[in-house]
Ligand binder design. Sequence first.
Ligand SMILES: Cc1cc2nc3c(=O)[nH]c(=O)nc-3n(C[C@H](O)[C@H](O)[C@H](O)COP(=O)(O)O)c2cc1C
Length: 192
Amino acid sequence: MNAEQISHIIRHRRTIKPKQFSDRPVEKAIVDEMLENANWAPTHGMTQPWRFTVYTGDARQRLAELLAETYKQITTPEEFKPNKYEGMSRNAMLAPVVIAIGMKRQQIEKIPELDELQAVACAVQNMHLTAAAHGLGAFWSTNVAAVSDQMREFIGLEPRDRALGLFYIGYPKCDWPESTRQSIDDKVRWVT
Ligand SMILES: Cc1cc2nc3c(=O)[nH]c(=O)nc-3n(C[C@H](O)[C@H](O)[C@H](O)COP(=O)(O)O)c2cc1C
């Protein structure tokens, strides 16, 4: 185990959006590794609620159409933003791989929904860290269409399940972005 390397990857991981992706394809073996690592996220009651649908090639076009149509359907004319609509039509085709993120609700609903959502977020972080370790950028998008019932149905989930957004993956054509955080000292209280 190398704690230094894991700290480096955690801090180096970045959100990079599809407009900044190059055309370079993403190797299937890397996507498989990302998904396998997602599967090792912590899970209350071992429900393993994460569900992933991987879109590549022409299938991305159907995803883009669903997103754009749904956005049009569920926003009022006042809420509708043309640049958002265009982004939804365009993003999927700019990313070699798009993973739709879902949460499958336990049949008996013993585990609180909040815990299931948090487990899925842990799984997504595992994917994002794995992507970063391979030099891949990724973007977790949670716009209204990406988390809609229409998207949930599109990925084959049932009414009690949830669509939790889209995860776009690609090699950046830009320099690896820098980021900052406010000090952890302002967010922690030690009680001794
Ligand atoms: C649950 C979740 C949902 C997010 N949804 C969006 C989104 O819809 N649009 C967006 O621009 N960024 C979204 N982000 C990414 C954040 O903008 C990004 O993490 C933040 O700017 C920090 O950058 P970094 O990831 O490079 O550290 C989301 C992040 C998380 C954890």
